[in-house]
Design a protein around this ligand. Sequence first.
Ligand SMILES: *[C@@H]1O[C@H](CO)[C@@H](O)[C@H](O)[C@H]1NC(C)=O
Ligand SMILES: *[C@@H]1O[C@H](CO)[C@@H](O)[C@H](O)[C@H]1NC(C)=O
Ligand SMILES: *[C@@H]1O[C@H](CO)[C@@H](O)[C@H](O)[C@H]1NC(C)=O
Ligand SMILES: *[C@@H]1O[C@H](CO)[C@@H](O)[C@H](O)[C@H]1NC(C)=O
Ligand SMILES: *[C@@H]1O[C@H](CO)[C@@H](O)[C@H](O)[C@H]1NC(C)=O
Length: 401
Amino acid sequence: MIIPILVSVSTALVSTLPLLLILDVSGASGATTTTATSMSMATGVAATAAACNNSPSLCSRAYTNVTYMGAHDSPFLRDASTGNSIAGDQYYNATVALDGGIRLLQGQVHDLNGRLELCHTSCALLDAGSLESWLSKIRHWMDGNPNEVVTLLLVNSDSKNASAFGGDFEASGISKYGYTPRSPTAAASSSSSSSTTTTGGWPTLQELIDKDKRLVTFIAPLPAYSPSYPYLLDEFTHVFETPYDVKSLDNFTCNLDRPAAKYSSVADAIEAGMMPLMNHFAYTEITSDIEIPNAGDVDTTNSPSNTTTGALGAHAQRCESEWTGAKPVFILVDFFDRGPAIDAADALNGIQGKTMGRESPGQSSTSDSAARATSSMRGDMGTTTRAVALVAFCAVALVIL
Ligand SMILES: *[C@@H]1O[C@H](CO)[C@@H](O)[C@H](O)[C@H]1NC(C)=O
Ligand SMILES: *[C@@H]1O[C@H](CO)[C@@H](O)[C@H](O)[C@H]1NC(C)=O
Ligand SMILES: *[C@@H]1O[C@H](CO)[C@@H](O)[C@H](O)[C@H]1NC(C)=O
Ligand SMILES: *[C@@H]1O[C@H](CO)[C@@H](O)[C@H](O)[C@H]1NC(C)=O
Ligand SMILES: *[C@@H]1O[C@H](CO)[C@@H](O)[C@H](O)[C@H]1NC(C)=O
């Protein structure tokens, strides 16, 4: 049975946070859902030249002239490990995402008794383990994939400082890959004499690979830059975002949402060298205060189609048009395997059908998506009596980046 409770809590980020707590007293909540996950090699061309981020043609491109497909809330899974929690935004973890070509991993970091922990909204509700452990797994993947450039975007939910994050980056061993741009405390073009505003100051993928500085890390926000951890960058010094709280597939826009007030328009932000991040995930509104990730429509949301309302391809094409040719550098999606989302990035990068070295999680149909969501909901409504998971939906914190 479900016991919905509306409460308000305070956090450093949002003063009032409406939460719906669902006390799940069912048995194997959603655990009966089975997922056919055939692993198959993506079709690719023969390896005639070394690929950078799955394509030889990306090697000579500036970091800022590539579109990276990203997994929003990457650590927060809707799979067996969480009892198919409907607070989860992804069906597959970060390692599977990287194998499938995802090159941007986003997550929320909280303070759990002094330890940095990956938690969705709150650690009591969805705790995906320590930041250090997760970073170790990313480092392990990067060790085995030396031609790949990876970007992290970590939401600093409890306003921790650079040394708190830096400690985990060092302990996990991933700090050795950390890239420090020429001017870490200013957007690219303001520190560069380059004539191109969007590439000023940032090297090519090949240069990052050659130096083995293949990890770009943004923290949202980083309270103060620390020269001791120079590779930890404040997101909103380098990146601007489109709106993230979208509740209808016809409501994706290309407007500047954050950093608020710093730039008067997208054009100003791009002129200043800010890299665009296009948020492209939708929520389903249960009540006016409660939203959950919209899994039912995700095959549309993540579609590479340029003509379907709400599709990833159409949203990106609209932004490129409104931004007079500038493409999103970063895109965040839920359930990255659907669409599959990576196809839209390949189209933007001009490499569709020509990638190599990917291993994609099995694709499944829209009906399976609906069935999975339904099954998950049904699981929460089960009647057996194991008092277990407290699942939280949060109208605000769930979507904070
Ligand atoms: C970005 O890469 C494309 C494809 O190589 C190239 O045509 C374009 O000139 C580059 N843009 C910038 C600003 O360097
Ligand atoms: C993802 O799952 C696989 C298989 O369980 C595991 O080996 C890997 O470490 C996981 N990666 C992350 C980032 O949790
Ligand atoms: C960073 O935060 C820690 C507590 O998390 C504190 O001990 C330390 O003094 C802070 N460092 C700086 C440079 O503010
Ligand atoms: C789209 O957003 C606007 C506000 O920007 C709102 O007025 C409108 O109702 C939304 N449309 C839908 C279908 O939700
Ligand atoms: C969408 O448009 C892009 C160019 O903006 C093109 O490369 C791509 O093939 C198109 N995708 C589809 C699915 O039509």
